[in-house]
Design a protein around this ligand. Sequence first.
Ligand code: ADP
Ligand code: MG
Length: 257
Amino acid sequence: MQETENHFKITSSNVSTWYGVHDVLKDINMKIRRRAITGLIGPSGCGKSTFLRCLNRLNDLVANFRIQGEISLDGDDIYSPDTDVVLMRRKVGMVFQQPNPFPMSIFDNVAFGAREHNRQIKKTELSEIVEESFKKVNLWDEVKHKLNDSALNLSGGQQQRLCIARVLAVMPEVILLDEPCSSLDPASTARIEELIMELKNSYSVVVVTHNLGQARRISDYIGFFLDGRLVEYGLASELINNPREKVTGDYLEGNFG
Ligand SMILES: Nc1ncnc2c1ncn2[C@@H]1O[C@H](COP(=O)(O)OP(=O)(O)O)[C@@H](O)[C@H]1O
Ligand SMILES: [Mg+2]
């Protein structure tokens, strides 16, 4: 099947970025597909997180950060002065490396965004959204009897699933995850990987990982970053089994990074 523009959710065109005088990303061109998992791999410091944060303008908060080029979401330039950044960030949710629940109850963590989204929301509707979001991340049965407990008392793996539920509660279209399993044990990691694979049925998912096994297991497409450049990007199976660039093969073989 021929791919058309409609297959792409996010397009990065000639994106370069700087922190002060330090140039980090160099001319990144990348089209990210709808309802698929795109994995971003590469050695530490090569710009994966910077690129991910460009996709929902989180770097705007960094002093001296500068970006050139264009990033569009469904064809709209998200860096345009007309963009409603709050609305855009609702569509493009982010999950971080360390689970970061708010210091509030399990219920309120997930209700928070939905309330912000709609201040007139009815209690019953809010409860439904919370329950649905917890069910989507396979956490409901573990928390339904203690929704008023502090989220900080959950295990790391549960906290990370709660953070994903929090993102889902505001009805996003894209989910960005920055090394979401790096602080988790193998069992919790496996559960998050399963969950990410379920999410791609409804959302466009971009996940940074330095774990090559994980990239292999969950990605439909992979982008390999090195020193601020997107060296190679394509179908995961092709990039892994038959990389075009020698340096990609060297990285996959563990020769560096
Ligand atoms: N907030 C920041 N301020 C200044 N430099 C930064 C900031 N964040 C990242 N960098 C630098 O940008 C480069 C790329 O970092 P990063 O995007 O975090 O890479 P990765 O996620 O691949 O490890 C590194 O040299 C890092 O030190
Ligand atoms: Mg990073």
